[in-house]
Design a protein around this ligand. Structure first.
Ligand code: KMH
Ligand code: ZN
Length: 304
């Protein structure tokens, strides 16, 4: 009898989109990021996608020392797969963004598959009385900012990590990014199984309509056939609807406070673990089974 499909849950615990004013639950310090990651894995995710923040200001940071601190401790406390960002924040250079993954050699690192606008400024209208001076300026600056991921940048990250066994969560925010990934596959610079994280609802990328989800999947199916593992991430209030839609259509899911601070209309999520529990119960209601970290390692051919 065929084995049931196992759904991989990724939890992105803090990111660089939200700022500390937006939720008291957003992990900031190394201890908070460590506890959030371990809590999410205990709640049922297989992979934790990690960014770091300056512990005093809460600003996104790619300091390798900050990452080293919590990565080692998370590994000491659980068996979850560690995925380190190479996206950092749209305000950082690609060299800066690469350093944690390059030096700490995680099983997985994110890799953003194209340049795009990345508009965080609409959030300015929803918050006042920011806790830190940098927060409104950070959001405002994205009006003019390009999230730069040129072909040379992508190649630079791939070649820099080529010898460390890291595999990638390919972040695709629009159909063009799928074609970019197909280009790198044709050139032999990436290999199957490709872990394709299709991203919905970032201002600058594809939207959140079910047609958008279906179109990304159709395009990926056509370009990659059986050579890819499909996952989805819906930003903000679209997190759970898109997860449910894609899971029912054969996809894997990403949740976490990086992508949405919410647990329902007007209700902040109490933790990353709470979002993992929420998506897990949706998946189980769909009669789907959840992948353990070791099952995710097998599905994605990780180095372990
Ligand atoms: N913040 C997400 C929309 C990265 O870290 O490389 C995409 C992301 C990028 O996670
Ligand atoms: Zn990220």
């Amino acid at each position: 009898m065929a084995q049931p499909r196992k759904v991989i849950i990724t939890c992105a615990v803090t990111g660089a989109i939200h700022t500390p004013t937006m939720s008291p639950q957003l992990p900031v310090t190394a201890q908070e990021i460590e506890d959030a990651a371990v809590g999410a894995i205990e709640a049922g995710c297989a992979i934790v996608h990690l960014h770091a923040r300056d512990p005093i200001t809460g600003r996104p940071s790619q300091s390798v020392n900050l990452f080293r601190d919590f990565v080692g401790k998370i590994k000491g406390r659980c068996n979850g797969v560690i995925n380190l960002t190479t996206g950092g924040s749209p305000a950082m250079t690609v060299e800066e963004r690469l350093q944690p993954a390059l030096q700490l050699r995680p099983e997985v690192a994110s890799l953003n598959m194209g340049s795009m606008n990345f508009g965080l400024f609409p959030m300015l209208g929803k918050y006042k009385d920011f806790r830190h001076d940098w927060e409104p300026a950070y959001l405002e600056a994205t009006r003019d900012m390009v999230f730069r991921n040129t072909f040379r940048d992508i190649e630079y990250i791939l070649s820099s990590c080529a010898d460390n066994g890291t595999r990638f969560e390919f972040e695709c925010y629009d159909t063009a990014h799928l074609y970019n990934l197909a280009h790198f596959l044709d050139r032999g610079l990436v290999r199957a199984p490709l872990f394709v994280q299709t991203v919905f609802g970032i201002l600058g990328g594809i939207g959140t309509h079910p047609d958008d989800v279906a179109h990304m999947k159709r395009t990926a199916d056509r370009l990659f056939g059986d050579n890819y593992v499909w996952s989805v991430l819906g930003a903000g209030r679209f997190q759970m609807p898109i997860a449910a839609n894609a899971a029912a259509a054969g996809g894997n899911v990403r949740v976490g406070l990086e992508d949405s601070l919410w647990d329902g209309p007007g209700r902040l999520a109490e933790s990353n673990a709470a979002q993992v529990r929420r998506v897990r119960s949706i998946l189980e209601d769909l009669s789907l089974s959840i992948a353990t970290p070791d099952e995710a390692r097998r599905i994605l051919s990780l180095k372990g």
